[in-house]
Design a protein around this ligand. Sequence first.
Ligand SMILES: *Cc1c(COP(=O)(O)O)cnc(C)c1O
Length: 380
Amino acid sequence: MFENIIKFIRQLYGSNGTIPLHEPRFIGNEKKYLNQCIDSTYVSYVGEFVTRFEDIIKEYTGAKYAIATANGTLALHAALLLAGVKNNDEVLTQALTFVATANAITYCGAKPIFIDSDRETLGMSPVKLEEFLKNETIIKDDGFCYNKQTGNKISACVPVHIFGHPVKIEHIKSICGKYNITLVEDAAESLGSFYKEKHTGIFGKIGILSFNGNKLITTGGGGMIITDDENIARQAKHITTTAKVSHKWEFFHDEVGYNYRMPNVNAAIGCAQMESLPKYLDNKRETAALYKVFFNELGISFLVEPEGCGSNYWLNAIILKDRVQRDEFLEYCNNNRVMSRPIWTLMNKLPMYQHCQHINLENAQWLEDRVVNIPSSVRV
Ligand SMILES: *Cc1c(COP(=O)(O)O)cnc(C)c1O
């Protein structure tokens, strides 16, 4: 069976060589814009392409404001600070996510609490989230939600749209509203993914995107903070540019800021990549449809977009029988130079997060044992 899978993937990508999991494509104006950027001498974070890239993302996502950052992890760190996450606070997120989500929470001096996943979306389970909040927290007189066990404030909730598949964001949003917890969306993987016609990342107070080399489009390294809140947008720009107060010559910084802005060279690539985005999305949708038919015939479950959602199908995933079959599959594919990867190890198993609170993680564990990604690059 594995042999047939390899054969199919090789056919799909028309290659007998190594097939990577997700490689970037530069088929548009990338070199042209890079040359313009270099000729302008504005290669750092002042420059036309940064503003242009922010405008393009605003328009595409429907967010009122977009602030470009050096990568997605830093965008999330800044977003959490702006969401009001303080030292010793606690932040709800998923056990099954990329480590950057938990790291950004930790950079704020806060502790993550790991919630279980939803098997349909792979993202945070709203049912499990509400169960935790109902049983383990209280709303104090100040109107905020506190962890009964630790006495600490739970200031934010960070669901993740895994592999581009939108989480049940409306349900999660309504629960966060009920408990007065700020919703911050990790939409790092979901540029081009829509939940009921609305782009992912704009449901929460703040959302973030990533343009790392392995994401759907890339700027080399890059991220974006998106929000509808004017005040947060202004502060986002301020703290990501060393909190410098604008002045013709004076250096005055009014708080501890960060050097988190996206350089103009990276934004130049991003502007070109965004021109190709519609093509990429069509291409990936077609690949996913072919995979789906193929795996259905084999009786292997292929992950599809949740109902009512439009997924970007960033990374295609299949769900195998159990962990034994998963490991056999990974071994076979990688030995045959077709890259496949398991979904991440649950955060609560990593040394730095094993002491963090988590609820029953039966779905996350079930998924960890079975989900693997298969080659998903845009086909040329
Ligand atoms: C890629 C990713 C990030 C971080 O983005 P970088 O640009 O690589 O820093 C954060 N969260 C998730 C879920 C990601 O996949």
